[in-house]
Ligand binder design. Structure first.
Ligand code: HDL
Ligand code: ZN
Length: 423
């Protein structure tokens, strides 16, 4: 950490190099709250993915190896996990240079964990993760990535996850919960019988009693999970207002419950699920979404807090301008197909220039534990570069930049702004 003497250091146009170095150091040294991940605390067992084979079979790399080899997807799925990982290692790392962001991420992780990249020996890398104790490994990875905590994606309809909550999972300070309600909002007809089975008196047509029971289900689940927010991923064609069950559930159930519980409703908009079903989790695509629907929701529910991230690059400017109009709208992350250096830099510059400090520029979306190492290493480098440019602009205009103010701003961008929005 920066020592006490430097905390009061001031930077002017005469020391831009010192200013840039200070920004880089502070961004590296400031712990992150990772507000959207697919990671799980140890009691969730097999849902917590880690190790070499999981890193290599991340669905981003599955899409890339199928594209590079044009092999039949069914033939890939017929392989064992280890055979899949070995195939990906051979095709994307040995036969081709691993400079795609997902491949580069694996290289960053292996290097950060002290492995010898000159060997390119998959077996040696695999062995490194043998016999790790999950909780100790979590501590090590979070320390290397410099994370203070992560937010899980918790699906009450998941057959593996639900018993853990029902079994009295008491929590883990490293892991916060977020209630994910995709099945409820995107597949009401398929999911309402599950609610009936759990004792909620809901009917398919969502009359007054059903609305009250869905609200009860949401509140029960938020309280059991201590959920920081409710979240849903939505297709590009999502619209509000709309004559749809999804819109009715949002208006009559989700928004009132979020307001009562005092938590945000997070919408992740623009995913086209299963454009190529043969690729399974790797088969989702992206589409242009309607920012006007976000605008109308924020206006219709001024007492609700909305977190939004959109998947299409083309939506980002309009969404950022919309955030200027609605203080109850909080933008976060460079989601999924946007989580690449060129687009992270473009979005971060635009957001800092249009929103100042009132944003959290990144989340990792990590599915495999060790990915937080690369996703945050790569994003910290870009954030430091963009921030340093912004402070240099100020210094060149005669504004003295104080080191403790840089620390204040960076702490906000790396998580405190999220915690403040939750209050
Ligand atoms: O819906 C989501 O939360 C997405 O992040 C998906 O999980 C997607 O598969 C993903 O992992 N993106 O990074
Ligand atoms: Zn995600």
């Amino acid at each position: 950490m920066s020592d006490a003497s430097s905390a009061h250091k001031q930077y002017t146009r005469e020391d831009l190099a010192g200013l840039r170095a200070a920004v880089t150091r502070i961004v590296r040294e400031t712990p992150v709250t990772d507000l959207h991940t697919h990671l799980y605390a140890p009691p969730f067992g097999e849902l917590l993915l880690y190790g070499f084979d999981e890193l290599l079979t991340y669905h981003y790399l599955i899409a890339e190896v199928l594209r590079a080899t044009r092999m039949d997807a069914a033939a890939y799925w017929a392989l064992s996990k280890r055979e899949q990982a070995n195939l990906i290692w051979k095709e994307l790392f040995l036969k081709r240079s691993p400079y795609s962001e997902a491949c580069r991420g694996v290289v960053t992780v292996l290097n950060a964990l002290g492995l010898d990249l000159s060997s390119r020996d998959a077996e040696a890398y695999r062995a490194h993760f043998n016999d790790v104790e999950p909780s100790a490994h979590i501590d090590r990875v979070m320390q290397v990535a410099n994370l203070s905590s992560v937010v899980m994606t918790n699906d009450p309809f998941d057959a593996i996850e639900r018993p853990v909550w029902e079994g009295g999972y008491a929590g883990d300070p490293r892991f916060h919960a977020a209630l994910r309600i995709d099945p409820l909002l995107n597949d009401w007809k398929g999911i309402y019988p599950r609610l009936q089975g759990w004792g909620y008196e809901v009917e398919p047509l969502l009359g007054a009693k059903s609305i009250a029971e869905v609200r009860r289900f949401l509140l029960d689940t938020i309280r059991r999970m201590k959920a920081l927010y409710m979240a849903v991923s939505l297709p590009p064609e999502f619209r509000y207002p709309a004559d749809s069950m999804r819109a009715k559930l949002i208006v009559d159930c989700v928004a009132p419950v979020a307001a009562e519980a005092g938590i945000p409703f997070a919408m992740m908009i623009g995913v086209k699920r299963s454009v190529n079903p043969a690729l399974r989790l790797a088969g989702d695509g992206v589409g242009l979404s309607d920012v006007g629907s976000v605008e109308r929701l924020c206006a219709a529910f001024p007492n609700n807090k909305f977190m939004v991230t959109m998947l299409a690059r083309e939506n980002q400017h309009e969404l950022t301008v919309t955030a200027r109009k609605f203080p109850n709208l909080f933008l976060f992350g460079c989601w999924w197909f946007l989580n690449n250096p060129s687009l992270i830099e473009e979005m971060t510059r635009m957001r800092l220039e249009l929103l100042g400090t009132s944003v959290v520029p990144q989340h990792s979306d990590a599915r495999v534990l060790e990915q937080v190492i690369y996703k945050w290493d790569h994003s910290r480098t870009i954030l430091a570069k963009v921030l340093a440019d912004k402070y240099a602009d100020l210094a060149l205009a005669g504004w003295t930049v104080a080191e403790d103010e840089i620390q204040r701003d960076v702490s906000g961008l790396l998580g405190e702004n999220f915690w403040a929005f939750l209050k």
